[in-house]
Design a protein around this ligand. Structure first.
Ligand SMILES: [Zn+2]
Length: 295
């Protein structure tokens, strides 16, 4: 057998951005520390990306998540700092020569609005939102789906009830209950964590021999500042569990010479991980948004 060259083109797809409270994003890290990492605005909010990952081969266009989108009404847009009124994700896809019709599969790590809101059409005063991507299957983990249908009071505001109805009515919702999905080739598998939200589904793509895997970190590690083990978010359901799961993911990345994909990092889309002699994990080989990376 010859050496495998590359199998996929990977492109980071920037969606609408958001601004969230810096204290909530950095949990128990004091402001004197986190404000040096990301500078807050006058309302104490920090700018965060909502970055999706497009994976293409000759047969399929797979999109990992859709970001926050533009479905919020004007007052919620203001609250969450969604400054662009257009659906930025769709524009970014257009830049890659793709329309919403071209996406075959959308994999959703969970259904919090800043990961799944981009499934909906942009806000309009006169019309209720519609579900985009008319040819796509929407892959959602079983536990994450149940959570979205029956949220806890603490994270209820993070879901979009109307979205659940639309997904179900589409006939294209696929519930994932194992580490694989028959719609995807064998290089895809899923791992699940529970510290951020129950059943958070991470896609792991086995890449060419020299490349290692690509791991979709989602809200387990939203950006490079959260690679450091003790850093977690105030939004996390179970911070200690999250930190244990994060350690496992970082060790997996090192073992597989893998790269983590960050959805919320304002600058960095992809990095490898190393563990320093004192045990601290750090992001290395950091890469900004990228186009048609061959893996
Ligand atoms: Zn989340």
């Amino acid at each position: 057998m010859g050496k495998r060259i590359f199998m996929y083109y990977l492109t980071s797809i920037v969606g609408n951005s958001q601004k969230l409270d810096g204290g909530a994003m950095f949990g128990n890290v004091p402001k004197v520390v986190w404000s040096k990492w990301i500078k807050p605005d006058e309302s104490n909010r920090i700018l965060l990306s909502c970055r999706a990952l497009l994976i293409q081969n000759s047969t399929k266009n797979v999109l990992l998540e859709t970001g926050i989108g533009a479905f919020f009404n004007p007052s919620l847009k203001e609250r969450y700092g969604v400054d662009e009124s257009k659906h930025v994700l769709l524009e970014s896809l257009h830049h890659q020569g793709l329309s919403e019709e071209d996406i075959d599969i959308i994999i959703l790590s969970h259904l919090h609005f800043d990961h799944a809101g981009g499934l909906l059409s942009a806000w309009s005063d006169n019309e209720s939102p519609t579900l985009l991507f008319p040819n796509a299957k929407y892959l959602v983990g079983k536990v994450a789906w149940e959570r979205a249908c029956y949220p806890h009071p603490r994270d209820k505001a993070s879901f979009i009830p109307k979205l659940n109805e639309l997904l179900e009515a589409s006939g294209r919702l696929v519930i994932i209950d194992s580490d694989r999905c028959g719609l995807l080739d064998d290089n895809y598998r899923f791992i699940f964590t529970n510290g951020h939200t129950p059943g958070l589904m991470h896609t792991v793509i086995r890449a060419g021999d020299d490349e290692g895997s690509i791991i979709f970190a989602s809200d387990l590690i939203p950006g490079t500042n959260w690679v450091h083990l003790p850093v977690s978010m105030g939004y996390d359901r179970s911070p200690e569990l999250l930190i244990d799961e994060k350690k496992e993911m970082l060790e997996l990345a090192i073992k597989q010479n893998g790269r983590l994909f960050y959805t919320h990092d304002p600058h960095i889309a992809l990095s490898r991980i190393v563990q320093e002699e004192n045990g601290k994990f750090i992001a290395v080989d950091e890469m900004r948004d990228f186009k048609r990376l061959e893996v």
